[in-house]
Design a binder for this molecule. Structure first.
Ligand SMILES: C[S@@+](CC[C@H](N)C(=O)[O-])C[C@H]1O[C@@H](n2cnc3c(N)ncnc32)[C@H](O)[C@@H]1O
Length: 274
C-alpha cells in the first residue's frame, strides 16, 4: 500500500511524542477533561461516518479513536509519526476481546501522498492537534484529495489560535506570556526534553490551505466550556462545576464565533468536484 519503506530520518514531532507515548493515556485519554472533550468529538464522528465506511486516520496516537470507530463497524487505517504511539496502539488492539478492523501504520502525515490504496477511503479523520504539528497544511490537503471521493468528508480537530479559557486563566495568574502564547501562531513546546514546533493556524489560514479541494461544511467547538487538560486538578476538585461545564459544552459548541474560541475546533470539510 505504501510506495516506499519508511525512511530512517528522524521525524521531529514523532521523536517528541515517542517520549509521551507511555504516559499519554494516563495524562490525557483517561482524564476527566480528555474524556469530556473526546466524547464531544465522538458525537460528531458518529454523525459523520457510518458502519461499513473505511476511514484514514491521521496522527492516531495510542489508537483510542481507531478502536472506537472499529467498535462501531467502521474500518480504519491509522497512521502516526511516532513509532512508540503506534506500538502502544498495536498492543491495545491485540488486547481487544474481539478482532477489530484496524491497521496501525508508522507514517508521518507529510508522507501520506505515498499511499497507493487499492480503493479510495470514505473519509479522513484527525483528532486532537496532530495537524498543529505541521507548518504548511496545503500539501497535506493536496495529498488527501485523491484519497477520497467527491462529497466525502474530512473531520479535523485542531488546537485553536484563540482559547478564551486559557487567556483568562493565565492572565488571572499574571502569566501574560502563557496567556497569549497561541496568538503568534507558533510556539515551541518541550516534551520530556525534546522540543517540538506547534502551529496555531487561524481558521482563515486552514480554509485557505484546504479550499482548492475541500469546502468547510460544519464547525464544532471542542473544549469551549470544558477547559484545557492542564486544568484537570481543578476539574477533579470541583466535580459539580465540571459537570455543569460539560452540560454547557454541547450548547456553546455550536454558537458562532464562540465555537472557535475553545481549546480545540472540529472542522468538517467536504471534497468538492474539480
Ligand atoms: C496530541 S496527540 C493526539 C493523538 C490522538 N489523535 C488522540 O486523539 O489521542 C498528537 C499526535 O500527533 C502525532 N503527530 C504529530 N505530528 C505528526 C505528523 N507530522 N504526522 C503524523 N503524526 C503526527 C503525534 O505523534 C501524536 O501521536
Amino acid at each position: 500500500m505504501i510506495a516506499s519503506p519508511l525512511s530512517t530520518t528522524v521525524h521531529a514531532a514523532g521523536a517528541a511524542f515517542d517520549r509521551l507515548a507511555p504516559v499519554y493515556d494516563d495524562k490525557f485519554t483517561e482524564t476527566l477533561i480528555g474524556r469530556a472533550q473526546r466524547n464531544s468529538v465522538w458525537k460528531v464522528l458518529l454523525e459523520t461516518f457510518r458502519p461499513g465506511d473505511s476511514i484514514l486516520e491521521l496522527n492516531c496516537g495510542t489508537g483510542e479513536d481507531a478502536l472506537f470507530l472499529a467498535q462501531h463497524g467502521i474500518s480504519v487505517l491509522s497512521c502516526d509519526a511516532s513509532q512508540e504511539m503506534i506500538t502502544h496502539a498495536e498492543q491495545r488492539l491485540k488486547a481487544q476481546p474481539v478482532p477489530l478492523s484496524v491497521v496501525f501504520c508508522h507514517l508521518p502525515t507529510e508522507r501520506i501522498n505515498e499511499f497507493a490504496p487499492a480503493r479510495r477511503f470514505d473519509g479522513v479523520f484527525s483528532n486532537f492537534s496532530g495537524l498543529n504539528c505541521i507548518e504548511d497544511l496545503a500539501p497535506v490537503a493536496a495529498s488527501l484529495a485523491p484519497l477520497v471521493k467527491d462529497g466525502d468528508r474530512l473531520l479535523l480537530c485542531f488546537s485553536t489560535r484563540v482559547c478564551l479559557t486559557e487567556i483568562f486563566y493565565y492572565l488571572a495568574l499574571g502569566q501574560k506570556k502563557k496567556a497569549l502564547r497561541r496568538l503568534s501562531g507558533h510556539t515551541q513546546a518541550t516534551i520530556d526534553g525534546v522540543s517540538l514546533d506547534v502551529y496555531y493556524p487561524s481558521l482563515k489560514q486552514i480554509l485557505r490551505s484546504f479550499s482548492p479541494h475541500f469546502r468547510l461544511s460544519s464547525t464544532t467547538g471542542i473544549g469551549v466550556a470544558v477547559p484545557p487538560s492542564y486544568l484537570e486538578p481543578w476539574a477533579r476538585n470541583h466535580p459539580t462545576a465540571f459537570r455543569l461545564l460539560c452540560r454547557l459544552e454541547s450548547f456553546l459548541a455550536r454558537v458562532p464565533l464562540l465555537r472557535t474560541t475553545g481549546d480545540h475546533v472540529l472542522l468538517c470539510f467536504e471534497k468538492v468536484s474539480q
